[in-house]
Design a protein around this ligand. Sequence first.
Ligand SMILES: *Cc1c(COP(=O)(O)O)cnc(C)c1O
Length: 296
Amino acid sequence: MDDIPPHSGIRERLGLRPIINVSGTMTALGASIAVPDAIAATTAILPEFVEIDDLHRIASRTVARLTGAEAGFVTASCSAGMTLAVAACMTGADLARIEQLPNPAGMRARVPIMPGHMVSYDAPVEQAIRLAGATVVPFGQATSVKPYQLEAVLDDQTACAFHVVSHHCVGCGQLPLGEFAAICRSRNVPAVVDAASEYDLRGLIAAGADLVCYSAHKFLGGPTAGIVAGRKDLVRATFLQNMGIGRGMKGGKESILGTIAALEAWERRDHAAARRIERATLDLWRERPAGDRARP
Ligand SMILES: *Cc1c(COP(=O)(O)O)cnc(C)c1O
């Protein structure tokens, strides 16, 4: 609880209503309360010039250390990361292709996804894919997908296959990421994962994903930003999209450094203690109304 900065009165000055957030990290509620390290890093870098590619190099190393991936990249949001990751699988490091997007002529542009993963995070997952110029190719059924259906949909026009890890997804009948990624690998197709709000920074790379997209402003308590972790060649191609469609989705110095700080704070945090505090809060909320009912 020491992590929570003192209340500044900013909401009152702006005439905004107080919020008791019992729903989690919601964009509509300002995502998360940033951790002090992220606030300090953001404040420290804002008044400085900086060679932004050097900052990107540090971010890549930090993301790699925390996720177990080869490299990492920070962009505007997880949604931006999803679009740029798909774009990277379409263009590789070819700058002419990067400038050509969102016109996919001459590129692999099919992106298979399970219908049970075509969810909304207040915007459609499919749209983040289409924004790169790709064509979404649903395969299998909403409540049932078999390995042969993924094998059949992967062809020589496939840019990557897309997998979503979220409580929004259909809960039964989906191909688990490990199996999904193994089939993709056997066909030499990158598996791209949206794991925006998953607390698991290492498990998805370990399960075989080639690129994983996270939000910095959800469980990490960072500034508004997105993280793409994965294979070095694909992360580089994702970064290079900043010379194309990624320009309008770029993370500034404060987002990049704030994300690095949030990741480092996550690395140092006593996660068991944080869980105990959350548990105690939930228990309190459950017990208090019960106690009130018991009163005459
Ligand atoms: C929140 C969320 C996103 C979008 O994340 P942003 O960083 O806000 O763009 C994408 N996918 C899922 C499953 C989410 O929960």
